[in-house]
Design a protein around this ligand. Sequence first.
Ligand code: FAD
Length: 284
Amino acid sequence: MRYDIAIIGSGPAGLSAAINAKVRNKNIILFGSSNLSDKIVRAPVIDNYLGIYNVNGEGLKNAFRSHIESMDIKINEERATNVYAMGEYFVVAANDKMYEATTVILATGIEYTKPIKGEEEFLGKGVGYCATCDASLYRGKKVAIIGYNVEAEQEANFLVEIASNVYYIPIYKGNYSLDKNIQIIKDTPLEVKGKEYVDRLVLKKSEIDVDGVFFIKDSISPKYLVPGLEMEKGHIKVDKNMHTNIKGCFAAGDCTGKPYQYLKAAGEGQIAALSAVSYLDTKK
Ligand code: FAD
């Protein structure tokens, strides 16, 4: 089956793209999380969302959720790990599954944390952003997972069945539902080191020998998600119709640049959806 539009991200940009695509009767798949977006839930008070004054993040999330549920929009709770442009369509890889869509809207938000030293240099040489995707490479090996969110725990629990040692370095406070064989290290990661491949992770108070390091973040840089995507100062380069440099690929929200705001993200999600619809019309 080929979808008309694959939307990656369930924040205000992705949800707005989804409702506008649905209004236009398009067949969509929306990748994201049941929580919608941490950046919605974490907001203590929001006074600048048109029509919903003085609401907290949980309240805004509930309003968004009820809107999409009323329109029968479902969230596919999988992380898209790669988007491949095939010419006339796209393939979205999520874990071990592949989905086809004629157009893609990237609404991934941005990760506020900066990469640590060595993270980008060793990407693909022992550093990765999806442990479940690359797990088979680490059979019997030592792996560190740097978890920026609770979802990283699932990746660690998956990897512990394959790797010889799994070290879990949480960058958040929590109760950590982890397999008893996973070693939790509460320390700050500073640098990934190695020669050709990763062999060491340097933390503030200690160093560990590792064969691989996974950074499990809310979103990874879109340039790693979509090969060939043109970026500008750390954001996806778009024109005023939210079109990227790749035919049929649109982007919306924080991932296209500042200001980082809900309504800007929702507005761009709408433009991206309408542009995707116009693009689909040219294919008829
Ligand atoms: P996000 O909300 O970041 O959503 C992106 C979603 O996509 C996330 O759920 C992410 O997990 C998911 N995702 C990313 N990559 C993938 C993938 N590969 N596969 C599947 N899913 C993926 N703005 C205001 O206007 N007013 C405020 O009062 C305000 N307060 C804020 C308070 C806090 C504490 C924070 C952190 C932000 C606040 N903001 C506020 C900014 C606002 O949260 C962001 O601008 C907005 O959420 C951006 O929306 P987005 O849809 O672009 O991205």
